[in-house]
Ligand binder design. Structure first.
Ligand SMILES: CC(C)(COP(=O)(O)OP(=O)(O)OC[C@H]1O[C@@H](n2cnc3c(N)ncnc32)[C@H](O)[C@@H]1OP(=O)(O)O)[C@@H](O)C(=O)NCCC(=O)NCCS
Length: 203
């Protein structure tokens, strides 16, 4: 009888394909984050990232607020505010996409990245319309960003199938009134809010 050869189980087989060790199989994968949004250019060729706002923007939004003049704050919020409280910043960064769109223009040429502009709409489903607001940091004004944000918001309202988009603008706010006129908005005086106009675009 032929002797049975001994098998050495500790020696690596040249043919066997072993499954990866469990510590490799279950290790967290390093997912490379794909930047969201798109790169847009100002009229003077500065570049910014245009994307939806999210909760990572809370600190940058509060820093942006600190750089605003009291006049810009009053024109955007229609009253004076000395700071953007944390809960309000968190609320502004956490949107309900069914009813809101909020776009930020992010300057990634600095560290940390800074928000230079914000545009948002709130949908009123019952009225089949949305209220807009827009803001551009002073050092970045007059280079097309306000118009860019407004056009994106109007497009978004059209995609949502809304009948109109509107906003309150102070009558002294000539830049915004001019911008809205160029985009085809019409102005209605507010009898109960002297000094304020309602600016509307039928879609
Ligand atoms: C109003 C505001 C959004 C304009 O943003 P912006 O980025 O400077 O605007 P743009 O560069 O896109 O300008 C678009 C048009 O707006 C008008 N405009 C803008 N700034 C103006 C100014 N200072 N004077 C007159 N018209 C002006 C012009 O018609 C301009 O077109 P043009 O440059 O071809 O002449 C910005 O000044 C702002 O954030 N203001 C404070 C907040 C606010 O008022 N929000 C609106 C109420 S929600």
């Amino acid at each position: 009888m032929l002797p049975i050869p001994a098998i050495d189980f500790s020696a690596p087989s040249q043919h066997a394909v072993l499954p990866p060790r469990s510590r490799d199989r279950f290790a967290p994968r390093l997912v490379q984050e794909v930047p969201k949004g798109e790169i847009v250019s100002t009229h003077d060729q500065r570049q910014l990232r245009l994307r939806s706002i999210d909760l990572t923007d809370v600190d940058a939004l509060r820093r942006c607020f600190v750089r605003l003049s009291p006049e810009d704050i009053r024109r955007r919020f229609l009253h004076a505010m000395s700071e953007l409280p944390l809960p309000m910043a968190q609320r502004l960064c956490q949107i309900d996409p069914a009813l809101e769109t909020a776009l930020v223009l992010v300057d990634e040429s600095v560290a940390p990245a800074e928000i230079r502009g914000v545009g948002r709409i709130y949908v009123d489903e019952a009225a089949d319309s949305a209220e807009f607001s827009v803001l551009v940091e002073h050092d970045w004004s007059r280079v097309g960003l306000g118009a860019m944000l407004m056009k994106r918001l109007v497009d978004d309202c059209r995609r949502r199938g809304l009948a109109e988009v509107w906003g309150y603008v102070l009558l002294e706010n000539r830049p915004m009134l001019e911008l809205c006129k160029e985009l085809g908005f019409v102005r209605r005086l507010q009898r109960n809010e002297p000094g304020t106009a309602q600016i509307t675009l039928k879609l």
